[in-house]
Design a protein around this ligand. Structure first.
Ligand code: ZN
Length: 338
């Protein structure tokens, strides 16, 4: 967990997330209130933002510039929606998220422009977590209904009952906020992205992912998740990706921190893995590859293995950006032919 601790220090300049998740009835923090008041006037906005007394950096003031509000909607199980903004915190590129009564700031410490590949710390070979599906997708129903509106990438993350992920703001800051920013701005510009996170769904979030071979487990979970989506009135397409987010890793993953079917729609990730675990496993479903991952000391890009001592750059390599963009383009084209 060494890199998580290190990254935490780098990543959070303002963080109000240390307390347990509170019911929405609580009043907004002074920081969230100040933030809302400023962005309501219109963007861009530059202002001084007070840190909360229990912030890891202690009380103080951050100088922030809020440039733009992202379009991506991220819906949480309690009905709250995370709103993501991009800008600067004390001069560094940052992602700001308002969720519930909390504001979190994630400072991006890996500027995209400097590509310095270093082999000073050789990555640990990763257990193989990417499976090329050997069986055809069992059709639950026609996955491509006529008259589908504009194609969008819809990621569904199902929090396993035993995953212990009940602090949504913390989950969002750790795995999602920066990924949303990267997907919307760089990886698939112009393609709407939607993320829906669900928990406590019998038949889905209590799925026994420890049973059988990893590939069979992925296929069974895909069916369970797709069945849920159909019941809820959604028609999953190749651009509908589903993930089971679990706690401890099962033995059938062979030492990996996640599992995914390549260019398919299903993945699993463990909370014991790296910060880029969700981006990594969903990356496999969109044709991103290990061989294009890079070490950009002191961090690794999303398709790298979990490397102790190196943090997560929180971006894909340029080559994987292109792989994903091409996959999404071809998939949209194929689906629109039907
Ligand atoms: Zn992988």
């Amino acid at each position: 967990m060494q890199n998580l601790t290190r990254n935490n220090t780098l990543a959070l300049s303002v963080c109000l997330l240390s307390a347990a998740w509170h019911p929405p009835a609580l009043a907004l923090s002074a920081t969230a209130t100040a933030f809302d008041r400023h962005v309501a006037i219109g963007l861009p906005q530059a202002f001084a933002l007070p840190r909360q007394a229990d912030d890891e950096h202690g009380p103080g003031i951050d100088q922030v510039v809020i440039e733009e509000r992202l379009k991506t909607d991220v819906a949480y199980p309690d009905g709250s929606h995370a709103t993501t903004y991009i800008g600067k915190a004390n001069g560094q590129d940052a992602v700001f998220t308002r969720l519930g009564e909390a504001l979190s700031v994630s400072v991006l410490d890996a500027p995209r422009a400097t590509v310095a590949t270093s082999h000073a710390v050789p990555p640990v070979p990763e257990a193989d977590d990417a499976i090329l599906p050997t069986s055809m997708r069992p059709a639950l129903a026609d996955p491509r209904p006529a008259g589908t509106p504009q194609a969008e990438l819809h990621f569904w993350i199902f929090l396993h009952d035993q995953a212990g992920e009940s602090n949504y703001a913390k989950f969002h800051n750790w795995y999602i906020a920066w990924w949303v920013y990267d997907m919307e701005q760089t990886v698939t510009p112009g393609v709407p992205v939607k993320i829906t996170i669900k928990d406590h769904l019998p038949g889905v979030t209590d799925f026994d992912y420890r049973e059988g071979r990893a590939e069979d487990s992925l296929l069974s979970f895909r069916n369970a998740a797709d069945s849920y989506l159909y019941r809820m009135g959604f028609s999953p397409s190749s651009l509908t990706k589903v993930m089971l987010f679990v706690g401890a890793r099962p033995g059938n993953w062979g030492g990996a921190y996640g599992m995914a079917l390549i260019r398919d729609t299903v993945a699993m990730a463990s909370g014991t893995g790296p910060r880029h675990g969700v981006a990594h496993e969903f990356g496999h479903t969109m044709d991103a590859r290990h061989e294009h991952a890079q070490t950009r000391f002191p961090c690794v890009t999303n398709m790298s293995a979990y490397t102790i001592g190196l943090s997560s750059c929180r971006i894909y390599s340029g080559e994987n950006d292109l792989k994903i963009r091409e996959y999404v383009r071809q998939t949209i084209e194929r689906e629109s032919d039907h």
